[in-house]
Design a protein around this ligand. Structure first.
Ligand code: ADP
Length: 191
């Protein structure tokens, strides 16, 4: 089993890089953002609840995403490993993930942090908003709010893993290919 967390602020390229990494390493991609948007598209009760929060730029409750991840782990028992994208986003989620993996006799192997400077991030997210159809990408006020929540709730997750000496910082400001090469190099060094 090889379990990887791809960590970083909104717009750092987690989604793009995750797609390439899961293909190369044969991992199951678990993006809580994508899973929540799938629930919204189905108009499930969970999706209806999540949409209200996501459109305002807020996080959905920990129990909600931890439940989704638990189901996905259960549905993919034969996986070679998982790539977690956009999860964990709070220290509480990080601790829950460690427990869920321990119950399945596995653990997080690596946390790769995509580092991109703030102005570039805002530019990328607003740019994505022009085509993604995501309400939370299009409104500058909401985007600003997401960064504030990232700083308050999600950055502590990086410190949490850094203290365990599991965090690896990768430069994410270059091209898609440069960033992908840098991620692969780090993964292969550790594997
Ligand atoms: P981005 O990385 O650009 O912020 P995501 O697709 O990962 O985009 O997430 C979109 C939104 O979905 C978040 O702003 C948040 O409201 C919700 N969300 C996604 N993952 C989580 C999570 N692990 N915990 C709480 N909320 C989440």
């Amino acid at each position: 089993m090889y379990n990887l967390i791809l960590f970083g602020p909104p717009g750092s390229g987690k989604g793009t890089q995750s797609g390439k990494l899961v293909e190369k390493y044969g991992l199951v991609h678990l993006s809580t953002g994508d899973l929540l948007r799938a629930e919204i598209a189905k108009k499930s009760p969970l999706g209806v609840e999540a949409k209200k929060l996501i459109d305002k730029g807020q996080l959905v409750p920990d129990e909600m995403v931890v439940g989704i991840i638990d189901n996905c782990l259960e549905e993919n028992k034969e996986a070679k490993g998982f790539l977690f994208d956009g999860f964990p986003r709070t220290v509480n989620q990080a601790k829950s993930l460690e427990k869920l993996l321990a119950l399945r006799k596995t653990a997080i192997d690596s946390v790769l942090f995509l580092n991109v400077d703030h102005d570039e991030l805002v530019k990328r997210v607003l740019n994505r908003g022009k085509t993604s159809g995501r309400a939370d990408d299009s409104d500058e006020e909401i985007v600003r709010k997401r960064f504030a929540i990232y700083q308050r709730d999600t950055e502590p997750v990086a410190n949490y893993f850094n203290e365990k000496n599991m965090l690896r910082i990768i430069t994410g400001s270059g091209s898609v290919d440069e960033t992908f090469q840098a991620l692969c190099k780090e993964i292969e060094r550790e594997k």
